[in-house]
Design a protein around this ligand. Structure first.
Ligand code: FDA
Length: 332
């Protein structure tokens, strides 16, 4: 109930305008957001890289309502890719397609994303595509497939249909960079359709970030119980280990992490053939533990002004965060 209410509030534009411009903003965001500017995000990235943590940078924003806004988002990411390359940071970018104009026109969004992917290719970087609510799943996958095919014009992705256990060397560089598989897409375990989507993406050789899913979805499209979502997460993770390209397991759930580790160990899959991903500011204890155990970990680091929907989804995942925020507001 509380989760639904928070997710409902995350879509209210008036509340969003009021909150994003209020004086309490910096307290609310500090824990989950790197800061307002790219410089803030790069500072955090340098610090995390020094702790052997990889990064994916998210310039906050979604559901833009004008072409100008879509172009501004693209420009922000071009700048991020350039700075990542200049400073040789261990980082990539995460984009949301509604930020690139998916709501306005699929072609506009494709053109914008294509530009970003080509710049990433020139700069030896790569791009992750977040998955938004289920109304966008088909369109997101179509755009991702187009991007992937465009990069592979005339050729076949070398690792399509080859299990990740057969990769050698350094997969994060070899598979995602040298193989020119420049785009990875998020798939949500709570969606009933995701098993089919994962099979298609594996056939195409598109790398996947597996997450549970963060939006308010009807039971017709998404599993309604936590147990079902967890079961789905485990099965989809196994499919990625067996048939995917360098799986990225995005979760803070120790049960999902243990399951993935046991499955990988059982198949002789090396620690450098997959990565875990977590959100900046969440379960830092678990983050440190994974890195200390020699696992690859990438943190999703958001920055920018449009932080309201992102923060509301984090509150919905764990309403106890409301207490944390309330305590900090009082302290001031
Ligand atoms: P679960 O929600 O079961 O949480 C397990 C434990 O993690 C909790 O008990 C708690 O300890 C901790 N935890 C989880 N969320 C927390 C929070 N907000 N605050 C404090 N503690 C918390 N979703 C989506 O729909 N599309 C996407 O593209 C992405 N992308 C993405 C990238 C990355 C790197 C991550 C880690 C997550 C996403 N997500 C996402 C969000 C994801 O779908 C999901 O909502 C959250 O990760 C929470 O699910 P968990 O797997 O952590 O499990």
């Amino acid at each position: 109930m509380l989760r639904s209410t928070l997710l409902f509030l995350s879509q209210q534009p008036r509340l969003r305008r009021w909150t994003e411009t209020s004086a309490a903003a910096s307290i609310l965001t500090k824990r989950f957001v790197a800061g307002r500017t790219l410089e803030d995000a790069l500072d955090v990235t340098r610090r995390l890289n020094a702790e052997r943590i990889l990064v994916t940078l998210d310039h906050l924003g979604e559901n833009v309502t004008s072409i100008a806004e879509a172009l501004a988002s693209k420009q922000a990411y071009v700048e991020a890719l350039r700075r990542i390359a200049q400073e040789k940071l261990e980082a990539c970018i995460s984009i949301k397609l509604t930020q690139f104009g998916l709501n306005l026109s699929e072609q506009l969004c494709l053109d914008n994303s294509m530009e970003i992917i080509k710049i990433a290719q020139e700069l030896d970087g790569f791009v992750e595509v977040d998955m938004e609510s289920h109304e966008y799943t088909d369109r997101t996958l179509r755009v991702v497939e187009e991007l992937h095919n465009c990069l592979w014009q005339g050729g076949r992705a070398p690792l399509a249909q080859e299990p990740c256990s057969m990769t050698n060397g350094n997969p994060v560089n070899r598979v995602l960079l040298e193989s020119r598989a420049r785009v990875r897409v998020a798939i949500q375990a709570y969606l009933r359709r995701s098993a089919d989507d994962i099979e298609s993406l594996c056939r195409l050789g598109v790398p996947v970030r597996l997450c549970k899913g963060a939006y308010r979805e009807p039971p017709a499209v998404a599993f309604p119980t936590k147990a079902q979502v967890n079961e789905s997460y485990k099965r989809l993770g196994e499919a990625l280990f067996e048939r995917g390209v360098y799986p990225a397991l995005a979760t803070h759930d120790p049960k999902m992490i243990d399951h993935s580790l046991a499955f990988a160990a059982g198949r002789g899959i090396g620690k450098d053939s997959f990565e875990f991903q977590m959100l900046y500011g969440i379960r830092r204890d678990l983050q440190r533990q994974l890195v200390a155990d020699g696992h690859r970990l990438r943190l999703y680091v958001p920055y920018g002004d449009a932080w309201y929907p992102y923060l509301m989804r984090r509150l919905a995942e764990r309403p106890a965060n409301l207490l944390f925020l309330a305590k900090n507001l009082f302290r001031r």
